[in-house]
Design a protein around this ligand. Structure first.
Ligand code: ADE
Ligand code: ZN
Length: 336
């Protein structure tokens, strides 16, 4: 086996929140640049504060950090830093979430957020040979009416945004609350995804499938509590965007060894590995691959399968998927 197959495998990242890639050094620099006070005086202090007990305890820190993002160039710098870092992990395609409501609620214009992100995505395509798609997430702790207003803001930018998702505080905010917003989004041509079964019960995954008509489930790790649900996900080849280090950091699993990823794979599900909020969870995508490889003895074929799933589950067109899969096959058979 190659000494660093994980590093060599081209891969797609399908679950990363751009606001969750805000490294402490950039956060501190932007706080300074924009005159936004932060509770941390140094990178070390920030890292020490990143101890979470659950999703909610993380989200409070995440939204606080996002306050330093104010101008178009801030969103550009943030996105550029993520893309360069991900490219070093051999990410050749990234499908990136953004949370416009975390910014418009503070008076930052939707277009400022979007244009800053898009200019960095365009540059990465030209300079790094890296493709991308953008997914707008609605914050589920806010109302469906606020989500609908956010969707209206996105409509003039329909061509720049491939789909909509649902994130933030899961418990008590079931997908069905947002069924009408997602109906409208699909009518307007957006693809749909949703965080479900991270902390929430299998019922939330059923709702995401049946009421939001999602193409992928973000996380979905609690599906194993319901055999019928596993069968549905397997039969319909619904990709799960699993984020192993996130799940340990947010105490969905107490350690990486008890993560359910091997059982999800054994159940025949289309599992992908992703970083979620890498600046807060201690690792980018390759750290996630290596953590599950080591803890669950995932062999060469298993790692290649995970990388394959990332392209199969992506929103790339069939020709691009085929190109990436052929490249993976060449690499896996040692003929590259
Ligand atoms: N927003 C950013 N990261 C998230 C996560 N892991 N779950 C829900 N919402 C999020
Ligand atoms: Zn997420």
């Amino acid at each position: 086996m190659s000494s660093d197959l994980v590093g060599e495998l081209p891969k797609a990242e399908l679950h990363v929140h751009i606001e969750g890639t805000l490294e402490p050094d950039l956060m501190l620099a932007l706080g300074e640049r924009n005159g936004v006070p932060l509770p941390y005086a140094s990178v070390e202090e920030a890292l020490e504060a990143y101890e979470f007990t659950d999703l909610q305890s993380f989200l409070e820190v995440y939204y606080e950090g996002a306050r330093v993002l104010q101008r178009e160039e801030d969103f550009h710098d943030l996105t550029q830093a993520y893309l360069e870092r991900a490219r070093r992990d051999n990410v050749v395609h990234a499908e990136i979430f953004f949370d416009p409501q975390a910014h418009t609620e503070r008076g930052v214009k939707f277009e400022v957020v979007l244009e800053g992100i898009l200019s960095a995505l365009d540059a990465a395509d030209a300079e790094l040979g890296m493709t991308s798609r953008l997914i707008l997430c609605f914050l589920r702790h806010l109302s469906p009416e606020q989500a609908m207003a956010t969707l209206e803001q996105a409509l003039p930018h329909r061509d720049a945004i491939v789909g909509v998702g649902l994130d933030s505080s899961e418990l008590g905010n079931p997908p069905s609350r947002f069924a009408r917003v997602f109906d409208r989004a699909r009518e307007e041509g957006f693809l749909t995804v949703a965080h479900a079964g991270e902390e929430g019960p299998p019922e939330y995954i059923w709702e995401a499938l049946n009421e939001l008509h999602v193409r992928r489930i973000d996380h979905g790790v609690r599906c194993l509590e319901d055999d019928r649900l596993v069968e549905r996900l397997r039969r319909d080849r619904v990709p799960l965007t699993v984020c192993p280090l996130s799940n340990v950091k947010l105490r969905v699993f107490d350690r990486i060894e008890s993560h359910s990823i091997a059982r999800l794979l054994d159940a025949g599900l289309c599992v992908t590995v992703n970083s979620d909020d890498p600046a807060y969870f201690g690792g980018y995508i390759n750290d996630n691959y290596r953590a599950v490889r080591d803890a669950h003895e995932i062999d060469r074929a298993g790692l290649v399968q995970l990388a394959r799933n990332s392209f199969v589950g992506s929103f790339l067109d069939d020709a691009a998927k085929s190109r990436h899969l052929a490249e993976l096959d060449r690499l896996a058979s040692g003929t590259s």
